[in-house]
Design a protein around this ligand. Structure first.
Ligand code: PCA
Length: 202
C-alpha cells in the first residue's frame, strides 16, 4: 500500500468555511485505489504552512502529496500546472502580508506540478465534472504550499508526486458568501476522489 498526504486549509479572508477542510477530514484514513489517505489541515499563515507541509512529509514519508485549496469564484476543479517563487497577496490569518518576496532565496523561479494533471482533468470530464488545468495558482498560500512541496521533491525526494488542486466553493460557503459559483459537497468530494484515482497508473 502507498501513502498519500492530502492537505486542506482552514477558512481565510471573508470565506467563513473552507470546503477543502471538510473533504480532507472526510477522506482521512480512507483507502483509494492503492493509496492510504493521510489528511491534514493547514493554517493560512505564510510563516507556518510551508514548514508544516514539510514536517508532515518528514513524519509520514508519503509516496504522493496532493494539496487542496479553495479558489472562490472558479467554476471548475482546476489542477495547477505551476508554482512560482513569489509570496504576495492579502494579509493571511496572522496578519502577514508579504509583497513580492521569494519563498526560497535559493529556489528555482518556478516548478511544474509533478501530478498527472492532464489525466486528472480528462478523468474528471469523463465522469461529468467540469475541470481544466489552471496555469496560475496565484501568489498566496496555495502557491506557497505547492512551491514548498515541489522544491522539496526536486531537491530531496524526486520520486514523490506532488502538486496542488484548486476547487470551487461549496454550496454551504456560497450561501454564506452570497456571490460565488458553487458545487455540492458531494460533487467536490467525488472530484477529489477521481483526481486521487488518477495517481494510480500515472
Ligand atoms: N485558498 C487560498 C489559501 C487557502 C485556500 O484554501 C489560495 O488559493 O491561496
Amino acid at each position: 500500500m502507498r501513502k498519500l498526504l492530502l492537505t486542506g486549509f482552514e477558512p481565510f479572508l471573508d470565506f467563513t468555511v473552507n470546503p477543502t477542510m471538510k473533504i480532507v477530514e472526510e477522506l482521512d484514513g480512507d483507502l483509494i485505489g492503492d493509496y492510504e489517505i493521510i489528511g491534514k489541515i493547514m493554517p493560512v499563515d505564510f510563516n507556518a504552512s510551508g514548514k508544516m507541509l514539510l514536517d508532515f512529509v518528514a513524519e509520514e514519508n508519503p509516496d504522493a502529496v496532493i494539496s487542496l485549496g479553495l479558489a472562490a469564484g472558479r467554476y471548475k476543479i482546476t489542477p495547477e500546472r505551476i508554482a512560482i517563487n513569489v509570496k504576495d497577496g492579502a494579509a493571511d490569518n496572522e496578519g502577514n502580508k508579504p509583497i513580492d518576496e521569494p519563498i526560497r532565496e535559493e529556489g528555482e523561479p518556478a516548478y511544474l506540478s509533478a501530478l498527472p494533471i492532464r489525466k486528472m482533468v480528462d478523468s474528471l470530464l469523463a465522469n461529468g465534472l467540469p475541470a481544466t488545468i489552471s496555469n496560475t495558482a496565484g501568489a498566496y498560500l496555495c502557491n506557497n504550499v505547492m512551491y514548498e512541496g515541489l522544491h522539496y521533491a526536486k531537491t530531496t525526494k524526486p520520486e514523490m508526486k506532488t502538486g496542488f488542486i484548486h476547487i470551487p466553493a461549496s454550496h454551504e460557503l456560497a450561501i454564506q458568501h452570497g456571490r460565488i459559483p458553487s458545487w455540492s459537497h458531494e460533487d467536490l468530494l467525488r472530484g477529489v476522489r477521481i483526481c486521487i484515482e488518477a495517481l494510480e497508473e500515472a
